[in-house]
Design a protein around this ligand. Sequence first.
Ligand SMILES: NC(=O)c1ccc[n+]([C@@H]2O[C@H](COP(=O)([O-])OP(=O)(O)OC[C@H]3O[C@@H](n4cnc5c(N)ncnc54)[C@H](O)[C@@H]3O)[C@@H](O)[C@H]2O)c1
Length: 252
Amino acid sequence: MSMQGKVAVVAAGGSGIGRMTALGLAERGARVAVIDLDKAAAEAVAAEIGGQASAHVADCGVVSELKRVVAEISSLVDHVDILFNNVGMPNPHGIMDITEEQWQRSVDVNLKSGFFLTQLLLPLIRKSGRGGSIVFTSSAAGLVASYTTPLYSLTKAGVIGLAKALAVHLAPEGIRVNAVCPGPVRTPMLAGFMQKDTAFTDEVADLYASRVPLGRVADAREIAEAVIFLASDAASYITGVPFPVDGGYVAQ
Ligand SMILES: NC(=O)c1ccc[n+]([C@@H]2O[C@H](COP(=O)([O-])OP(=O)(O)OC[C@H]3O[C@@H](n4cnc5c(N)ncnc54)[C@H](O)[C@@H]3O)[C@@H](O)[C@H]2O)c1
């Protein structure tokens, strides 16, 4: 899965799945632009990659910030081959506890971010003249009900609908669009799905692992490898697919 000569944009690339994907794309030869809300995290990943990697700070749930960041990226590269729309946030509340503000923020971060980043980057993707690949991060919770959060299932199911619609819309241009659907992954976010205020611990991992047929939570690299496959020419006939990487979770 060589990425030599490719330009990739990784949104929420400062930690977890995004960080491992940015590193994996760069290892295979891609030039990577890392976007994250957390400036230090984005800069750390770009520094870890070195070379021409760049760091960009934005709250991707805010369209004006996306416009600024796309202008920054446009000043550095003349085209984009790969876009990883990985921004997302958990919401640990049940139906009776979700406020309008929480609803709006989840929709902005989980849905609006990827929609508008795609819209804004499409001119640069089209400029490559050789198609492209867009990967969204949905979730197993976008395919089946989440134990803890209807709002997360709602937004992550929306991501799959968006990926399918874009796949059909962009297929004539050779731009493929897919959505990876991770099960539980060992990242700082995992504990955020739980209602009590808790940090990531082995206890949290064990709780999730007990619901996964493979009997463990994923390492972020295992999700990143699937994203890199979908982004690569090895997946040249795959588009419009929700792609579970979940240890068998949705097969149950
Ligand atoms: N960890 C899991 O179990 C799991 C499972 C399924 C899906 N996901 C999805 O995977 C994606 C990545 O999550 P992760 O587990 O790697 O989390 P993580 O906590 O390791 O990293 C999330 C990154 O996103 C950044 N971020 C948060 N809000 C942002 C915003 N508004 N704009 C820009 N950047 C922002 C954070 O600063 C952080 O660097 C998310 O979309 C998440 O919903 C995670």
